[in-house]
Design a protein around this ligand. Structure first.
Ligand SMILES: [Zn+2]
Length: 716
């Protein structure tokens, strides 16, 4: 038997070539799973989830049914293992599954009171749980339970949804598969849709899958492998049909209306607009942005049909839950002069007001007496013809995924319009999903955001020492951080570290010399393209030189003035432009030094530069109050751990001067303080957080000493 199976797989591999989906099954890996059906389910799910043409991020679910021993009776009982609520197929693990008794699931049919009471069935699913480590069962559980197959895949492939969301979808589906794929009209997922699927199969016993109107696809098989191949074959067929049809009968999206700017100019325009959009989108909650000028996006937004189709809204519930029912299409010409942000804001105010009115109208027309309160009325997706697509959400990952989902929606509209006419969900249906009490409960269950969620922070000189500690602290508290440094090697290492600790969406790195205006300009352009704007600036980059007046060269002098003083000024000035474009409050925190206040020998050049940084901070605080931009100072002293300044000759020099070893330095410095404490990078990071974490919104022009207590450095 095993030999035969192997032959079948090999045969299959040799004769089948998929063009539109990826065949990833590795029989060697599958064999090692020893016929463990749950392991095979997970393996298959991971393969399906890793091809975004098969399903969107987090979309769809898979299941298998196996006989297991009932721990209560010792008898063999049928158990369904199914992806639980939340999570993504690509990274699905056993902990992401729910396991439920099939006999209990079937028994629920007897107590089901009808569509009006459908939501109460979700509670009952919990009574059917077999494995006590189960993830919460998803709303889709009955859809799998009532189909009599060992292995089932439910996916959201763009190619299949394109047919499912077209006016003649049912007819096209029937013809394309000669009746072998069933059809069930659009209905919100839940217990009742499970019964509809069961009914569809009973009426069409030979089918090998079911297309759900406006939603997605069900396919199945007797084994994990058969289900996998069936799923690929069916989706391949939809995709192949579309690729043959697209652009044949009529031009795609009604043909091109405008031409894109070239890539460089698109980025320039996007960088000017992103902070302004962010300001509008953040009038209730501060949002993080994402920008893409993907070819698929440009084809859609430059077309004749963009306004008609965008206004119709998206179809698959997964799409609009992430993107909102419709995007905002801005009426700016691609090469519009965007240089004056005040004029630009005037131009856009009406567009945002209109969108918010449209949304609150959609809410009040469709709401029920028990609907949750209206959520943020700002657009999530903003389309700028000729330039690209912006998305805004509570964090970077959510903004990026929203953009990916809108590209899914574009694919669906493209396909549907090529073979028929695109139909979106009726608005009441869309509303009922968006404000579904079960969806609201899911939102309420989400972890509370960090203190800096929605904030974007730039920390200069942050690939090591104090700077890195600050950047990490801000990232851990929920901010998106921009790590910059002059040293490429340290920057690469820090990027790896951040990737592991906080994930790729939480940071970007940028090689920057804070004394170079070009570097600074490019850095801020990267920031606004990556995150939409900036809220927190930490001027930390610095060097130190300790010499007598006689030894200090004019080059030393210029270097300190340039990096410490000019650098702080130039970065703050560039940030101010973005902060004003956003019209949101912000923070500038300058890492100065005890030496700005305390005079001692061998420090004329360094101490003067530090004093200049300190006074510049006060001057900026005085000027920027009206913009709600706070400017505060932290004065650290003798932070040795991880410091670049202390590496190399400097520490040796100091140790020698005090007649001790380098290892004894921290202790030596600690003993000089009132609190007898050594100062660590984390102490400075906490001080920055104290200023920007939300508890001191009314404090500006302050100096916070973090030096263990040095009486000479007390502010008078
Ligand atoms: Zn679905």
């Amino acid at each position: 038997m095993k030999g035969n199976l192997k032959f079948f797989y090999m045969n299959f591999n040799a004769t089948t070539s998929f063009k539109h989906v990826s065949y990833l099954w590795d029989e060697k890996v599958a064999t090692e799973l020893n016929n463990d059906q749950v392991a095979l389910l997970i393996y298959r799910s991971n393969l399906l989830g890793s091809d975004l043409r098969l399903t969107n991020y987090g979309g769809g679910n898979t299941s298998c049914k196996v006989f297991s021993k009932d721990p209560l009776t010792g008898n063999s009982t049928e158990v369904m293992w199914i992806k639980g609520s939340g999570g993504d197929l690509r990274s699905l693990k056993k902990s992401g599954l729910a396991a439920l008794y099939m006999d209990r699931l079937n028994a629920l049919k007897k107590i089901y009171r009808g569509l009006e009471f459908e939501d109460e069935m979700v509670e009952y699913l919990n009574h059917c749980i077999y494995d006590l480590n189960s993830r919460a069962p998803s709303i889709d559980t009955p859809l799998h339970a009532f189909l009599p197959f060992k292995h089932i895949d439910h996916l959201h492939p763009d190619a299949a949804i394109a047919i499912a969301a077209s006016k003649d979808g049912k007819k096209i589906n029937e013809k394309l598969f000669e009746g072998k794929i069933g059809w069930v009209d659009w209905q919100r997922p839940g217990f009742d849709l499970g019964l509809k699927l069961e009914n569809c199969f009973q009426e069409n016993p030979g089918i090998k899958g079911i297309l759900l109107g406006g939603h997605g696809l069900f396919t199945w098989g007797d084994t994990a492998y058969e289900s996998y191949v069936n799923t690929l074959e069916v989706i391949e067929k939809y995709a192949d049909y579309l690729s043959r049809m697209e652009g044949k009968v009529k031009p795609i999206f009604g043909g091109n209306k405008i031409t894109s700017l070239d890539k460089e100019d698109r980025k320039k325009q996007a960088a000017l607009l992103a902070p302004v959009f962010r300001g509008f989108c953040s009038n209730q909650t501060r949002m993080i942005g994402h920008f893409t000028d993907d070819e698929k996006v440009l084809e859609f937004i430059n077309s004749n049909d963009v306004e008609r189709l965008a206004a119709m809204g998206t179809s698959c519930p997964d799409h609009f839950l992430r993107t909102k029912i419709a995007p905002l299409v801005v009426k700016l010409t691609p090469d519009e002069d965007l240089s004056d942000s005040i004029v630009l804001k005037q131009k856009l105010t009406a567009a945002f007001d209109a969108y918010r009115n449209y949304y609150s109208n959609y809410y009040s027309v469709h709401k029920h007496t028990n609907s949750p309160p209206m959520r943020d009325a700002n657009p999530v997706i903003i389309l700028y013809p000729g330039v690209g697509m912006f998305s805004f959400a509570k964090d970077k990952a959510t903004a990026r995924i929203a953009a990916e989902f809108y590209i899914n929606a574009i694919n669906v509209m493209r396909g549907a319009e090529s073979v028929s006419e695109y139909v979106s969900l009726p608005l009441q249906e869309a509303f009922d999903i968006e404000y579904w009490l079960l969806e609201e409960a899911k939102l309420q269950r989400m972890p509370k955001p960090g203190a800096l969620a929605g904030k974007i922070a730039l920390v200069t000189g942050s690939a090591g020492g104090i700077g890195k500690a600050i950047a990490q602290k801000l990232a851990i508290e929920g901010a998106c951080v921009v790590v910059t440094d002059i040293n490429p090697g340290r920057l690469t290492d820090t990027a790896e570290e951040f990737n592991k600790k906080t994930g790729k969406d939480t940071f970007i790195t940028f090689l920057m010399d804070v004394t170079k205006e070009d570097d600074i300009e490019r850095c801020f352009r990267e920031i606004v393209l990556a995150f939409g704007g900036v809220d927190i600036i930490v001027n930390n980059a610095g060097i130190s030189i300790s010499k007598t007046i006689t030894e200090t060269t004019l080059h030393d002098w210029d270097l300190l003035q340039s990096i410490l003083v000019k650098g702080q000024f130039a970065i703050s000035k560039a940030a101010l432009r973005i902060m004003r474009q956003q019209s949101l409050d912000g923070d500038i925190v300058n890492i100065v030094s005890k030496n700005a206040l305390v005079s001692g020998p061998n420090n004329a050049a360094y101490g003067t530069a530090k004093a200049a940084q300190l006074h510049m901070s006060r001057l900026m605080a005085a000027e920027l109050g009206a913009d709600k931009i706070r400017v505060n100072v932290i004065n650290p002293d003798a932070v040795i751990q991880g410091s670049n300044i202390w590496a190399g000759g400097w520490a040796n020099g100091r140790a020698e001067a005090y007649g001790i070893t380098v290892e004894e330095l921290p202790d030596y410095y600690a003993k000089r303080t009132l609190l007898r404490e050594a100062i660590l990078p984390a102490d400075i990071a906490n001080a920055v957080f104290a200023f920007v974490g939300g508890l001191l919104p009314k404090s500006t022009g302050n100096i916070l000493n973090v030096d263990g207590g040095v009486a000479a450095a007390f502010v008078r």
